[in-house]
Each structure stands twice: as C-alpha cells, then as structure tokens.
Design a protein around this ligand. Sequence first.
Ligand SMILES: Cc1ncc(COP(=O)(O)O)c(C=O)c1O
Length: 379
Amino acid sequence: MTAAANRLDELREVLLMGPGPSCVPPAVYHALARPTIGHLDPRFLTIMEDIKALLRQVMGTANSLTLPVSGTGSAGMETSFVNLIEGGDRVLILSNGVFGQRMADVAGRLRAEVEALEFPWGTPVVPEAVRERLAAKEYDIVAVVHAETSTGVRNPVAEIGELVRPTGALYLVDTVTSLGGIPVTMDAWGADVMYSGTQKCLSCPPGLSPVSFSPRAVAKLQARAAKVPNWYLDLTMIIKYWEGASRVYHHTAPINMLYGLYQALRSIVDEGLEQVFTRHRQGHEQLVAGLAEMGIDMLVDAPFRLPMLNAVKVPDGIQEAAVRKTLLEQYDIEIGAGLGPLAGRIWRIGLMGHTARPENVTRVLDALRAALKQQRAAD
Ligand SMILES: Cc1ncc(COP(=O)(O)O)c(C=O)c1O
C-alpha cells in the first residue's frame, strides 16, 4: 500500500492580510526549528529569563510577573480573569466588539457580577460614559480591549486608565492585536493586568499568550480565599516554574514555540519599537490612500483607526465573500470578513508585524482592484 500524499507538501505561502495570523519571518521559522531541549535544561532557563525581560520591554512594564502563558490569546484572557475573579466580584467590561463580548462571557462563567457598558461597533469607548458609570457604582475590575480586532477600533486606554485608577478597581487591558504594532505602555496606562497573543504584530505562529500582572494584581491573587479554579492556568503554580532559583515542573513548556517568541521579540527590539510602529503606520496610510483611489471607504473615523487592522467598507453591489475567494485562490492573499453586525459589510485587512510592508500593501491593492474589475465584468 502506498502512503497517502503528505498534506504538508501541498501547502504554499499565503500572504496573510487578515485579522491574524500574520506572516512569519524567516528568522522566526528558523528559531522554531532549533533543537528541542529539556524544559528544565539550564540553557532553556536562560532563554526563559530573556523572554521575560524582552516582554517587559515590549509591553512597557517593570512587572515581575510577566510571562508567556501556554495557549493562544484566549488563554491569556482566561488566565487574567480566572486568577483574579472571586465569586461575586463586580466586573465592568467596556465593550464595542467581539472581544469585549468574549471577556464578559469569560468573566460571567467565573460567577462574577458582570456588567457590560456597550458602545456601537465601529466606534470607540467614550471616556465620559465610563466616568459616569464609575461615579455611579464601585467595581473590582474594569476591562477593555485596546485594539478591537472585530471592528478596527483603537480604544482610548490611557484616558480610561486615568478614570479607573482613583476608584481602586483593577484595570485589565487586552493587547492581543495592538502589541508590537502601536505603542503599548502598561505601566504608564496604570494597567494592572494585560495579555496578548503571538500571531498578530509579534509575527510568530499562534500558541502563546504573553501575560503581565502588576503588584496590585499579584496582591489580589495572593489574597484569594479559594484556589484559582483552573489548574492549568493557575499563576500561583506557573510562576514557580518561571521564577526562582529552583524551578518546579508545572506543565511541559512548549519549548520550540518559546524559541519562536524569543526570536520574534528580539527582531522587534533590534528593529526598534519606534521604527516598527512607523512601519505599521506608513503601511496603513498607503493602504487607505490606495483604497480611496478606488472609491473605497474605511468604517472607522480616522482618529480611532488601527494601523494593523483596517476595517474596509465593501462597495455597493459587490459580493464580498466572492472577492475574498478570488484573492485567496488566484493571488494567494488572505483577507478577513466582517463579524456579527458587520458580516457582509466590511473586509478586515490586516497589516500586522512582518506583513506590514509596502510591497504587501501594493500587492493587496492590485489584487483587490483586479478582483473587483473581474466581478463587475461578470455581472
Ligand atoms: C483582541 C483579541 N482578543 C483576544 C483574541 C483571542 O485570541 P486567540 O484567537 O489567539 O485565542 C483575539 C483573536 O483574534 C483578539 O483579536
């Protein structure tokens, strides 16, 4: 019997311009393929130490508890809530898209008293409305998504931090899509908890979630009356592997994924954070100008647009799914669809990490122009 064809041989490089994952640079692929060593090997421990230091630099924090959780961005979200919430805690979620909704779902499952302050999709969280809510009621945790991937909106996290801080609530910020693409300054924002993911602007494959807890967040964790109700994500145990002279096995670290993250962070720091942000902004400006020439508008008002996630209005009369199919099948380019109320109305064009380069913007604009022409000619 002959062996079935190896599916991996059929894979070819796709230009990943959707909401993530983004394109992985050769240096990160190379890192992933380095020899697997033991997770308690002293050489691996030095890599772990470097990863923590690099994460602090990229996340803008001095927090001692800063490490990558095993699992995708949602594992970071779950880690943040499950370690902090105790039954009956009052949690306020500032929500304007899918990931705000997911936060409310995660917090609700932990028997928190969850309230969502909702804002229309495609618009930012309004600080004045947050101020009013915080004046009316006390909360233990206030949470917001920095870069709402479902809509392309940047929320004003620094302004919100100023409002949350005096109330004494812990401030939790999702930076899954923003980290490594726009400035993320955890300590300057007064954020107590932050998590991210590897497959967006860090340009590493999906699989790890950087998480950071401030000393105030650690104090709440240590003061818990009951154990963290999830074994795998319990930071009180995980830190015993990530910190201290004698490392205690918790679960086998995903060694090669951590090599990938190490290299991805090094590449960002070597290029320079400011330069990385400029590259994202310039790619975004090039894209918006090219789309405008085609008569295509953006969903979000200019001051609140994310450079790495462009929510683009589908022109009238165009079948958006057919355009995405053409881009993938004929041009090897992936772009994303709209979600929830924006399904069918927008495309989401990602310019994340290694993808955010002028030649890629030119490629997607040319392909989109051709696909639209093709569809209009067929009508
Ligand atoms: C803002 C935001 N938060 C959380 C997540 C969840 O991350 P993951 O899909 O890696 O679990 C995503 C994923 O797209 C995201 O964009």
